[in-house]
Each structure stands twice: as structure tokens, then as C-alpha cells.
Design a protein around this ligand. Structure first.
Ligand code: ATP
Ligand code: MG
Length: 274
């Protein structure tokens, strides 16, 4: 209950992201392999994530970005290799231990993924209840707090069907951060949203990092996200992470489509990777 409420979310985000966090490494993928039948998604995935940073993951459609996030929280099992979170090996954890990981590393899924039959309030309480987080009163207070944080105060009783796409996304984010996770995984948080809502979501990602010290991993195709919230950029290509570095370093990478992507040619990125 200690996080301050931050009622005003800027419509726009000015300036670049804060400098790369020099934080300790809290997540490490080492030599991870993953296939579905004949389809090899990762041959040798290596990646580290540092406390307090915002790491953006880019790559063509179907290359394995979502799979990478899902393996980290144990929704998909790696075939081989090691994934460590806060020093513990995730790949061999049982469901109970994974629940613990998921309270520290929360994921905002691709698509809003709200339960249509439940009110906004019950949607946000869902993970809290699952983790026996607190009393009804404590949960009510937390729901109000996170809705303020995403600039949607007072929508507790509404149903998802009564919300716009951007509002649903923000309720999804409120649900994701309800448990006060240390790490938030965003799977395409701005896809399909209008430019103003995109900036608002990017502003929220930045705010969570700056105000609450949240470590963020953002899968995106959106250049505004890359240039406003990203400390380090990772490219998924040819069944591995082919590049990790700052957006500035990506500009000078010897990978042509990465340079093109940075210049704004994301169509080229899609084309070259397909
Ligand atoms: N549960 C699953 N069962 C079988 N195949 C899967 C499963 N999840 C993902 N895949 C396959 O793994 C590959 C990578 O999928 P993934 O969802 O990670 O792609 P992505 O990079 O997130 O793409 P997009 O940008 O379209 O979301 C795809 O070929 C996909 O079909
Ligand atoms: Mg995906």
C-alpha cells in the first residue's frame, strides 16, 4: 500500500528515456532452446535483464517474442537451457513456485485479455484473490489506487464491453500492476491503438519505471515506444537474440534491417524477417 497515487498521466511524453539502468542482472536466459514439433523457435537464446531498465524486444511476426516472455513466467517450458529469475531457476519450478515468480514478474498479455463477464473491479481483483493478497477492503483500496495510476478513476463497476480499446488496455495494465510486481512484461501494449492512446500507454510505462522503479520488458513494433521508453533494445532474429544495445547503438548496427527499423522503416523489418 506504499506506492503513491499518481492521478495525472500526461497525454504526451517528451524527451528520450532515462539513461540505461546500471542495475544488477535479475533475469538471465542462457542457451535456451524451444521448438513446437518441427518448428524451432529458439536455438540458442541468450539475454539478460537488469533491475530498473526498460528493455524493448522487437522482431518480425511469429519469431518468438511472446514465447520468450511466456517461458520466463513458466507458461511455456523451455526444451533446454537455463532461465533464472532473481537467482532461481524457472525451468525446473513446480506450479507453486511459478506462482511466486508470477507475483514478482507480471505480464500484460497481447490483447486486453479481460474477463467480459466480470466488472473492471473483479478483473483487477482476480490475481489478488488468486494469491490471497489481502482483505476485501485492502483489495478495494488497491483497485482504486491502480485505476488512479492508469488515469481511469471510478470505472470499478463498468464491464469491459463498456470500455474503449485503449481503456481496456489500461485496465489490463492496472490488473497487471495490482500485485506490485518488480518486473512487468508488456506484450505489444500499443498495437491497434490510436496515436494519443499509444503515447498515453508509453507515458505509463515510463511512469512505472521512474516512479516505482519497475523493470519493464516491452515487445513492440512501435517506434514511439522505442524512442521514449527504451533503455536497451533486443532483436529476435534467426532463432536467437541477434542484437542487444541502446537504440543509438542499433542505429549503427551492421544488421541492415535493424538500422532500417530505427530509421522508421518497420515494413522493411517485417519483410526481411519473414
Ligand atoms: N502454444 C504453442 N503451440 C504451438 N506453437 C506455438 C505456440 N506458441 C507459439 N507457437 C509458435 O511459435 C512461433 C513463435 O510464436 P510467438 O507467439 O512467440 O511469435 P511473436 O514473435 O510473438 O509474433 P507476433 O508478433 O505475431 O505476436 C510461431 O510460429 C507460433 O506459431
Ligand atoms: Mg506475440
Amino acid at each position: 500500500m506504499s506506492h503513491p497515487a499518481t492521478p495525472v498521466v500526461p497525454e504526451t511524453v517528451d524527451g528520450a528515456a532515462t539513461p540505461p539502468a546500471d542495475g544488477e542482472e535479475i533475469i538471465r536466459f542462457a542457451h535456451v532452446g524451444k521448438a513446437f514439433g518441427d518448428k524451432v523457435v529458439y536455438e540458442d537464446l541468450n539475454l539478460d535483464i537488469r533491475r530498473g531498465e526498460t528493455l524493448t524486444i522487437i522482431g518480425g511476426s511469429g519469431v518468438g517474442k511472446s514465447v520468450c516472455l511466456k517461458m520466463l513466467i513458466g507458461l511455456l517450458k523451455a526444451d533446454r537451457g537455463s532461465i533464472r529469475a532473481f537467482g532461481d531457476e524457472v525451468t525446473t519450478m513446480d506450479e507453486r513456485a511459478l506462482m511466486g515468480v508470477r507475483s514478482r514478474i507480471a505480464m500484460l498479455f497481447q490483447g486486453a485479455a479481460l474477463f467480459d463477464s466480470m466488472s473492471v473491479e473483479d478483473n483487477i481483483k482476480y490475481p489478488l484473490r488468486e494469491h490471497a493478497w489481502g482483505t476485501e477492503e485492502q483489495m478495494d483500496a488497491r483497485v482504486a489506487e491502480v485505476l488512479e495510476l492508469v488515469d481511469l478513476p471510478g470505472v470499478q463497476k463498468l464491464r469491459p464491453s463498456e470500455l474503449s480499446g485503449g481503456m481496456k488496455k489500461r485496465v489490463g495494465l492496472a490488473r497487471t500492476i495490482a500485485m506490485k510486481p518488480e518486473v512487468v512484461l508488456y506484450d505489444e501494449p500499443t498495437t491497434g491503438l490510436d496515436p494519443i492512446t499509444v503515447r498515453r500507454i508509453n507515458g505509463l510505462i515510463l511512469r512505472l519505471q521512474e516512479r516505482l522503479g519497475v523493470t519493464s520488458v516491452v515487445v513492440t513494433h512501435d517506434m514511439d515506444t522505442v524512442f521514449t521508453v527504451t533503455n536497451r533494445l533486443a532483436l529476435v532474429y534467426q532463432r536467437r537474440i541477434a542484437f542487444v544495445g541502446t537504440p543509438e547503438e542499433a542505429r549503427h548496427s551492421d544488421i541492415r534491417f535493424l538500422r532500417e527499423f530505427i530509421k522508421g522503416g518497420r515494413g522493411v523489418l517485417q519483410e526481411d524477417l519473414s
